[in-house]
Design a protein around this ligand. Structure first.
Ligand SMILES: Cc1cc2nc3c(=O)[nH]c(=O)nc-3n(C[C@H](O)[C@H](O)[C@H](O)COP(=O)(O)O)c2cc1C
Length: 174
C-alpha cells in the first residue's frame, strides 16, 4: 500500500496516514520533495518509457510507486473549501495514466480529508471533493473510495472519534 501525504506540512494528514500504515507500506510526503507542474506537453501520450519529461520526485518515485502498489491512500487538508494545491498538482501529474489507463488496472485510490471545521459544517465542501473524485474515477483512477474526514487545526484533539475512525479505516484497507 502506498500512502501519500499531500499536506504542505507533516502534521494531521501525516499522523493519520502513519497511524493506519502497516510495516510493509510506504508513506511519503510531497511537501518537501521537488514537484513540478504538468507542462501540458502531452509527451506522455506517446512515450511511456520515461512517463514524463519532467525530472522530479513525481516522475522518479511516485509513478513507480503507483505502478507497484494496488492500494493508494491519499490524504489532503481542505484548503479554501477544496483539496489543497499539492493534491491538485498530483492529480494533474497523473496525465500519463490518463493516456494509458491500462497502467491503472486493478488499482484503487482512497481519500482522507482533514479540515479545521466540523464534518457537519464542511459537509457541502466534502461532498464536492467526493464528487470530483468520483468523476475522476470514471476515467482516471477507475476505483475510488472516500475513507474519512477528520477535524483538526494544529492537532486532531477536536476529533473525539479519532481512534474509532482509524480502526475502521484499517479494517477497510485489509
Ligand atoms: C491556506 C489554508 C486554507 C485552509 N482552508 C480550510 C478550509 O477551507 N476549510 C477547513 O475546514 N479548513 C481549512 N484549513 C485548515 C486545514 O485544513 C486544517 O488545519 C488541516 O487539518 C491541516 O492538515 P495538515 O495538518 O495535515 O496540514 C486551511 C488551512 C490553510 C493553511
Amino acid at each position: 500500500m502506498l500512502l501519500i501525504n499531500c499536506s504542505n506540512r507533516e502534521k494531521n494528514c501525516f499522523k493519520i496516514l502513519n497511524d493506519i500504515k502497516n510495516d510493509d507500506d510506504k508513506l511519503i510526503s510531497l511537501s518537501n520533495k521537488k514537484m513540478n507542474f504538468c507542462l501540458g506537453c502531452d509527451a506522455c501520450k506517446n512515450n511511456l518509457d520515461n512517463y514524463c519529461v519532467l525530472d522530479d520526485y513525481i516522475t522518479n518515485n511516485v509513478y513507480k510507486g503507483v505502478l507497484t502498489d494496488n492500494k493508494i491512500v491519499i490524504a489532503s487538508p481542505m484548503y479554501m473549501s477544496n483539496i489543497n494545491g499539492i493534491l491538485k498538482n498530483l492529480i494533474d501529474r497523473m496525465n500519463p495514466f490518463y493516456h494509458h489507463s491500462e497502467l491503472f488496472n486493478n488499482k484503487k485510490v482512497y481519500l482522507i480529508l482533514t479540515g479545521q471545521t466540523s464534518k457537519e459544517e464542511n459537509e457541502e465542501e466534502i461532498n464536492n471533493v467526493i464528487n470530483y473524485f468520483k468523476g475522476l474515477s470514471e476515467w482516471l483512477f477507475q476505483e475510488f473510495e472516500f475513507l474519512e474526514y477528520f477535524e483538526g487545526y494544529d492537532n486532531l484533539n477536536n476529533d473525539i472519534d479519532y481512534e474509532k475512525k482509524i480502526e475502521t479505516i484499517k479494517e477497510k484497507l485489509k
